[in-house]
Design a protein around this ligand. Sequence first.
Ligand code: ZN
Length: 296
Amino acid sequence: MDTIEQADCRIEQADCRGSTFSLSQADERAIDVVIDLLRPARRLLFITGAGLSADSGLPTYRGRDGLYSRDGLFSRDGVYRDGLTTPHGMTIEQALSGPMLASRPEITWHYLRELERSARGGVPNRGHRVIAEMENHFDAVWTVTQNVDGLHSRAGSRQVLDVHGNLHDLLCTQCDYKVTVPDYADLALPPLCPRCQGILRPTVVLFGEQVPEEKLARLWYEFGLGFDVVFSVGTSSLFEYIALPVELARALGIATVEINPETTAVTPEVEVKISGGAAPVLDLIWQRYMVGWPWW
Ligand SMILES: [Zn+2]
């Protein structure tokens, strides 16, 4: 495959890791197609996953570079092995589950703390900021994210449906107490509610729990108003509610774009595929789109 080496300063602007950023000629052409799709567009939907936060140096939750691969739950080739256990003698799905939080909250909180610690210090990257800037440019930009790091909001996005919750937003399991914490450094584990001494928990969706209905309802409501382009960015799209918007968009004739170096569950569904990292590709799209703005 022909490769264009782009060792210019774009990578520094995109504050991504690595010293060069290369795209194939097919991906270069795909970016031009995306620009043409964006010119008349007014409403955009972004569906984002761990691949976007990975550009901020955050480990993915599970998978090839996943947090738990180090615990042996994943082999070095990234393949999940059934029966491999955490240091607590259980699978990570058991440790980070709703029933475990209810019965042994100290165990669930042990892994929540590991998850938070691995993400601590992560800052929004150019990809998060491009999406936030687009919110100010188009009529509506909605972001559905699986990420629990809160980086879209920190980048300035306001219309974020964080379907898996946010590690920094804590709720009491007994009363209506809520608090937002910058990190878990000062928390006793498990943390207790200052009002009722109930166990606190983050708003993250644990294994065995349902995704909040109101967030999905909002997604479908916005879908009903129409989108011009639907982007899938850095997500393997293994969850039905992550893959479904792309499939539905395709069925409705809405343009679909995937930005992901990997082949995923939605790759066969999308109209445009760009095999590159989330942050540098979004930066490139936005730079080229904005050339000569305003156009009149
Ligand atoms: Zn309480």
